[in-house]
Design a protein around this ligand. Structure first.
Ligand code: HEC
Length: 488
């Protein structure tokens, strides 16, 4: 009874006031139930078949033919939302049945219209990406119309065609590195987050190449995201000596770390070492498989830093986790790959060069250069970049004041290509955006990176470059390959 009434009310309102905002309100009221008493009275007088006929209309009111849950909305939600929005999933409510979808329909409509959900922060319209879960304008429209028609259920026996889930799986798993202990995050006061790093020995005594990875959080209630870094055995001994002191800084397993793999404690400045990024995972990512024939070289004797970001709500305070990350490996590859960080290398050495003054908004820091002169140690020294390199993906790394950022390739002839453009930065959703068509960096080209920040929260202080959560960063990470290997 409630639903046809809401629909009809809305159809009428569409004519009376073509204002989307008003419609949102009207449908909420229509669903409220208070109004449908009158409705039922009229229905009783005119018979069941005439549900639609209570407002003095004639019998020709068209039956509802707009989107319904089972035919139109469920296929979209099953493929784009339910991986996170299920009981025990990372999403705050379940959207895997009609009840949940109906209950949150208006929130859902707003989130998808704003492109806040599914979480995917690279602005479309600049570059095409692989495995892009973003909804099409038609899908957004379907959900929006459905929600504002009172979330009609439709016919469960006549479901719509399923839509394939985006994302890859690994062909095979050769190595799983797990946390060394069942770890119970330590959450202080009414905070919700902990970042904890664990040092793990790389187990092979011959050279291996990582060709892909995937992660399955052991405890989905508390694992928010994770990142994996490589301390290559070619780094100086002094680096390893420093790094090995980090797990002894406090009593608990692992060590405290925030933006990257370095130890971050109040009052202690951690050594910033040229670590390589090896993998990263946020919910909904699926597996990452590197381009055919390429991989990241890992030397025997290397160490892995597994960085866990736990997001722990009140009810999960005592729960533990022992997440692992799966790797696909090869003994040899044709092309060497690496995550290459693009930044102004003066920022880490002279943090005041990246000042974000207290109270300021839309502060921009940028750099434009050919990065090859400094990239060597960051990409393991194994790749010969003399003839340029191929860019396969992009991801930005800023901290909590970040608002947005741009990473693009500027060719010598003045043309430019976007790698990633993020209009609304969200620290919690740092994804690697894999390009549909890779880009070539050639002699004479430059990379351009801009990061944008707001620092106007009450009590704001001046902020500069640093690893801690109260400091900032600006890095554009790319997965790159180069055709030639450096001979060992
Ligand atoms: C990759 C995991 C993931 C996917 C996929 C996902 N969500 Fe979410 N969603 C979240 C998380 C986590 C939150 C909590 C807020 C945040 O972290 O952004 C959330 C919040 C929401 C909210 C509530 C916002 C609020 O706080 O009121 C709505 C509504 C929502 N999602 C709808 C959807 C819909 C609809 C889809 C699919 C089109 C979707 N989500 C896909 C993880 C996901």
């Amino acid at each position: 009874m409630i639903r046809p009434f809401a629909i009809r009310t809305l159809q009428w309102l569409f004519v009376a006031a073509a204002l989307v905002a008003v419609l949102g309100l009207a449908s909420a009221v229509g669903c409220g139930g208070g109004d449908d008493d009158d409705d039922d009275d009229n229905d009783a007088a005119s018979g069941d078949d005439d549900d639609d006929n209570d407002a003095g209309d004639d019998d020709t009111v068209e039956p509802y033919t707009g989107p319904t849950y089972y035919q139109d909305v469920k296929p979209i939600m099953d493929s784009r939302c339910v991986s996170c929005h299920t009981d025990g999933g990372i999403g705050p409510m379940a959207l895997d049945d009609y009840e949940g979808a109906e209950r949150y329909s208006l929130d859902v409509a707003n989130e998808v219209r704003d492109r806040a959900m599914p979480p995917w922060n690279a602005d479309s319209g600049y570059t095409k990406y692989q495995n892009n879960p973003a909804l099409t304008p038609q899908q957004i429209d379907t959900i929006y119309q459905w929600a504002h028609a009172g979330a009609p259920e439709g016919d469960p026996d006549n479901p719509g065609e399923p839509i394939p889930v985006v994302g890859l799986e690994l062909d095979h798993v050769d190595l799983t590195l797990k946390l060394p202990v069942d770890y119970v995050p330590e959450i202080k006061g009414n905070e919700t987050d902990e970042y904890r790093c664990f040092l793990i020995d790389w187990p092979y005594d011959t050279v291996k190449y990582v060709t892909g990875f995937d992660a399955t959080p052991e405890n989905r209630n508390i694992v928010h995201h994770l990142a994996v870094y490589l301390l290559d055995s070619s780094l100086p001994d002094s680096t390893f000596e420093e790094v090995e002191t980090w797990p002894t800084i406090d009593e608990r397993p692992g060590y405290s770390c925030f933006g990257g793999p370095s130890a971050t404690y109040e009052g202690k400045d951690a050594l910033q070492v040229p670590v390589q990024q090896l993998a990263q995972w946020v919910p909904g990512n699926g597996a990452r498989v590197f381009p055919q024939g390429s991989g990241i070289k890992v030397n025997p004797g290397s160490k892995i830093v597994l960085q866990m970001h736990y997001y722990v709500e009140e009810q999960y305070r005592d729960e533990s986790d022992k997440t692992g990350i799966d790797f696909m490996l090869a003994d040899d590859v044709e092309k060497l790959g690496a995550y290459a960080p693009f930044l102004n290398v003066l920022w880490p050495t002279k943090p005041e060069k990246m000042l974000i003054p207290a109270g300021a908004t839309d502060v921009r820091h940028s750099t434009k250069q050919d990065p090859r002169w400094y990239l060597g140690p960051f990409v393991g020294g194994a790749i010969d970049l003399d003839d340029g390199f191929t860019i396969h993906s992009g991801m930005l790394h800023l901290h909590l004041l970040g608002r947005g950022g741009t990473l693009k390739l500027m060719h010598e002839d003045g043309t430019e290509e976007y790698i990633v453009e993020v209009g609304h930065w969200d620290f919690n959703w740092q994804r690697e955006y894999v390009l549909q068509d890779s880009l070539e960096f050639k002699d004479g080209d430059k990379l351009f990176l801009e990061c944008r920040y707001d620092n106007d929260k009450p009590g704001a202080k001046d902020v500069t470059w640093g690893e801690r959560s109260v400091e900032e960063m600006c890095v554009g990470n790319m997965f790159i390959t180069a055709p030639k290997k450096v001979e060992d």
